[in-house]
Design a protein around this ligand. Structure first.
Ligand code: 9WN
Length: 433
């Protein structure tokens, strides 16, 4: 295990670019929001200054309205599409003057990441001083979400683009693509020069992705206009579970800091409403877990994905619901021939174990599941998630995602997407510690 840990440390150091980390060389040459947070969790175990700098740099790119972009384009390179010139984030009047970025966000991990850093630190005083220096920015980010992304005041925030979900080409979005008919754009993909096209989204999927951005750009990334016009408007259980987990951690950190009663009271208000709505609106009894809700077309999207189980990480379900979810997970995803946990229902005809978010196992979701299952007392299943994650990395390397079928891992070719991928390394370090 020591060797694997050292290799993980080497991956993180290799992907460190002085003030932030890239997710991996070539394929992803900039800083990504949720990657950064998860990477900091790994650094915290062996290099706290880098962990803290990673978060500081991320927060330095925050917009005046509290928004944090999903990609921060620190360098000029045309090896990634769509780059800064396509996104044109400066169209938004409150966007960062210092950094070019996208005009979309990603799952707001920063709140719980700060708590992870604090918990890992062996110098609590210094760690709390760091938290004190950045926590209000994270609070401001949550303020943005509840003020701008919750048009019906439900306590649930929407995402307006599949890239905001982090689970980019999940089969869940197929239903939404059916409601759209974007132009057949001409553009040059860069991802498929780095990675086999069979492991990435299709050209037609990219047409949809670009079309939503064109609509947002036509309205200068104005939140109200996006809420009114975006064909993609979804309440995502993973995204909202992450926000709820981060709310919880911000409350705990503000309590540790003291002297922040107003912010604690506001966070508790958001949290109360969020947890109730989440549990009422997103739990599907027939599916036996949480699902996505299509806010644009006002209909549930009754599909099982690894996001369906993310609420365990945030302590949302009652013990009874958690039991139902675990049964669903083991029945659909937990067969003897499957590694836990496929990103999409392996029993569905939309399942594709090689293609990006349509089936492969991702380490970040496994890490959340491991934590969630442990906290609900499912120690054996949690242990299996952990062992499966380690086995996938040991057999293949620090890939971005992995085939969920066990028979695909006999010759070390079951890892897909980018290699030496930062969060796979970072979260492995955390799992092994
Ligand atoms: C678009 C960086 C990111 C992750 C996402 C993952 C992938 C980007 C892409 O890579 O998305 O954001 O170009 O495919 O889906 O979760 O943050 O690692």
């Amino acid at each position: 295990m020591k060797i694997l840990q050292q290799r993980a440390i080497d991956v993180l150091n290799k992907n460190w670019k002085d003030t932030f980390s890239i997710p991996c060389a070539n394929l992803y040459p900039f800083q990504w929001f949720w990657d950064s947070g998860l990477i900091a969790i790994g650094f915290a175990h062996f290099d706290m200054p880098k962990a803290e700098k990673e978060i500081e740099t991320l927060l330095d790119a925050q917009w005046d309205n509290g928004f944090i972009p999903h990609i921060i384009f620190h360098t000029e390179t045309d090896t990634y599409f769509p780059g800064a010139d396509f996104h044109k984030s400066s169209l938004h009047p409150q966007s960062s003057k210092k950094y070019k970025s996208t005009g979309m966000t990603q799952p707001p991990v920063t709140g719980f990441v700060l708590k992870e850093l604090y918990d890992t630190s062996d110098n609590k005083k210094a760690s709390l001083a760091f938290v004190q220096s950045v926590i209000d920015k994270v609070y401001h980010n949550h303020e943005y979400f509840y003020n701008k992304r919750d048009p019906q005041d439900e306590g649930l925030v929407y995402i307006y683009h599949n890239w905001e979900s982090g689970t980019d080409n999940s089969p869940i979005w197929d239903d939404i693509w059916k409601t759209m008919n974007p132009p057949d754009y001409t553009f040059e993909r860069r991802d498929t020069t780095h990675v086999d096209a069979s492991e990435r989204p299709s050209k037609r999927e990219y047409d949809h992705y670009l079309h939503i951005i064109e609509i947002a750009k036509a309205h200068n990334y104005d939140d109200a206009k996006i809420a009114e016009l975006s064909p993609f408007l979804v309440q995502d259980p993973l995204f909202n579970a992450v926000l709820i987990k981060s709310n919880k951690c911000l409350i705990e950190l503000y309590e540790l800091l003291g002297d922040n009663d107003d912010k604690i009271a506001q966070l508790k208000k958001w949290q109360d409403k969020a947890v109730k709505s989440f549990d009422n609106k997103l739990f599907d009894k027939e599916v036996g877990a949480y699902i996505h809700y299509d806010l644009r077309n006002e209909k549930p999207l009754p599909y099982l994905s690894s996001s369906s189980f993310a609420p365990l990480f945030s302590g949302i379900p009652s013990p009874e619901r958690a039991e139902t979810m675990v049964k669903t997970m083991m029945k659909k995803f937990g067969g003897d021939r499957q590694y836990l946990c496929a990103s999409f229902d392996p029993t569905s005809e939309r399942f594709n174990p090689k293609k990006y978010w349509r089936g492969p196992v991702w380490v970040n979701l496994n890490w959340m599941l491991y934590k969630g299952l442990t906290s609900y007392g499912y120690k054996d299943i949690a242990a299996r998630v952990k062992e499966d994650t380690i086995a996938l990395i040991e057999k293949n390397g620090f890939y971005e995602y992995f085939d969920s079928r066990k028979e695909m891992h006999t010759d070390g070719s079951g890892g897909y997407g980018g290699n030496d991928f930062s969060w796979s390394a970072a979260l492995l370090i955390d799992l092994l510690s």
